[in-house]
Write a protein that binds this ligand. Structure first.
Ligand code: 5AD
Ligand code: SF4
Length: 454
């Protein structure tokens, strides 16, 4: 036991942020106290991401900054956790002498022991991946965040082996967390006043624990608290379950928003990427989503400039994005990662300037599409969950629609955690502005909407 102060800085995806909350819990159980800045801490952890080169570069730069803190503060301990751990353990400890601890995503329970090794003057490393670890019995501690929306991890690892992706190597094999432990975390969050939960996994539709599938899990989770909203991230287009679409359509607290990564728009590219679906199958799935859940909001991930990408393939990605008309898209230039199939088998041969140009083209098109979609929101009525004060003004609040669009309203008497009925009055390509009508609830809002519709 010790009463040292720790600080964790997190990079990467929501999974990584959820892992930080698990590590908060492990360290606090061990008697340590969380602090909000690196300067106050005795122990600094950087929770790292390897998905693209620039994610790693940011972490390296940050570690160098911590190195100078270490010079000032002799007994400062610096640790690297997360996805970069395995890949760079030797480099990090031997060449650069930047860090004392390297701990991979499945070894977080070992952190207290690793810290003892450091106290004894050794460098400590554990990057072993596991087939079972889900941290099911650990209740994450949310030290940052808004107290309204939370992430709950439902599985770990990934077995998909997309040709470009390093995740199967950094996070290991896929395994699902027991449903009972997920539901009890959801219940706890509801008791603490949280109003929205996003269930997280690298590939949520392959969730499977003792024959419970993802649709059943969503069904059970949404029944824990009908006034709590549920989202999920990310499903895979190859086997998205149709019963889930019907469930989302029926259940007012399952959000009408689906993040469904396409990655590319041509069959040839999808095949090279080892994405086991065709453009047509993907578009059929999108039609089904829109058919079953009218007004569903959709987002995607797109990679541009993957190996051997031709101009035609790029155009096919552009046209897919135009046909679907995504409400939101995360767009990336391909970044080669060691150990992936693409690294072993293909050449990263699209020149940087071509990657950049193609990326700008898809971003520009997407911004125009979003602007048009959001223009059409004006005049519509939404139930907005208030997440906090607007970044721009203390007199305004920011929240999200069920369809995951950010809305800014005047503060009036509303507060964080309220559901507010809002009429949209204006927009940009990224944000909506609205007039608040009144405080409401999921039950009230959807009952009225059904009355209006019938
Ligand atoms: N280069 C660029 N983008 C990548 N992604 C995954 N691997 C790479 C890579 N090597 C993107 C994918 C994925 C998102 C999380 O990051 O679009 O869905
Ligand atoms: Fe998340 Fe992937 Fe980055 Fe790991 S490499 S933190 S799984 S985005």
């Amino acid at each position: 036991m010790s009463n040292k102060r720790f600080y964790i800085e997190t990079y990467g995806c929501q999974m990584n942020f959820a892992d930080t909350e698990v590590v908060n819990s492990i360290l606090m159980e061990d008697g340590m106290d969380p602090v909000q800045t690196a300067e106050e801490a005795d122990i600094i952890f950087v929770n790292t991401c390897s998905i693209r080169e620039n994610a790693e570069t940011r972490v390296w730069n940050r570690l160098k900054e911590f190195r100078s803190l270490k010079d000032e503060k002799r007994d400062l301990t610096v640790g690297v956790m997360g996805c970069m751990a395995e890949r760079i353990k030797d480099k990090i400890i031997e060449q650069e002498k930047l860090v004392d601890i390297v701990v991979g995503p499945d070894a977080y329970r070992e952190i207290p022991n690793l810290l003892k090794e450091v106290d004894d003057g050794r460098k400590a490393v554990n990057v072993l991946l596991s087939l079972e670890e889900t941290y099911a019995d650990i209740t994450p501690v949310r030290t940052s965040g808004n107290g309204v929306t939370a992430f709950v991890s439902i599985m770990r690892g990934c077995d998909n082996m997309c040709a470009f992706c390093v995740v199967p190597f950094t996070r290991g094999r896929e395994r699902s967390r027991p449903m009972s432990s997920i539901l009890s975390e959801v219940k706890q969050l509801s008791d603490q006043g949280y109003k929205e939960v996003t269930l997280l996994g690298q590939n949520v539709n392959s969730y499977n624990y003792e024959d419970i599938d993802f649709t059943r899990l969503m069904d059970e989770a949404s029944k824990v608290d009908p006034e709590m909203r549920f989202r999920f991230s990310s499903p895979h287009p190859k086997d998205f379950p149709e019963p889930l679409l019907h469930l989302i359509a029926e259940r007012p607290n399952l959000c009408n928003y689906i993040h469904i990564p396409a990655q590319a728009g041509s069959d040839t590219m999808l095949e090279r990427m080892r994405r086991p679906y065709t453009r047509e199958q993907y578009l059929t799935l999108i039609d089904k989503m829109r058919d079953i859940i009218p007004g569903v909001s959709l987002s995607t991930d797109i990679i541009t400039g993957f190996c051997d990408e031709t101009e035609e393939e790029h155009e096919a990605t552009m046209s897919l994005m135009k046909i679907v008309g995504y409400d939101l898209a995360y767009m990336f230039a391909y970044s080669e990662r060691e150990r992936t199939l693409a690294h072993r088998k293909y050449e990263d041969n699209v020149p940087e300037d071509v990657k950049k140009r193609r990326l700008s083209q898809i971003i520009e098109q997407q911004m125009n599409i979003q602007e048009q979609i959001n223009n059409n929101e004006v005049g519509k009525r939404h139930l907005v969950l208030i997440e906090g004060t607007s970044k721009r003004s203390d007199e305004q609040l920011a929240g999200r629609t069920d369809t995951n669009k950010m809305v800014i309203i005047d503060k009036k008497d509303f507060r964080k955690g309220d559901y507010v009925e809002v009429i949209i009055t204006g927009n940009t390509s990224a944000t909506l502005f609205g007039d608040p009508v009144k405080k409401s609830s999921i039950a009230e809002f959807y009952e009225n909407r059904e009355l209006v519709a019938s």
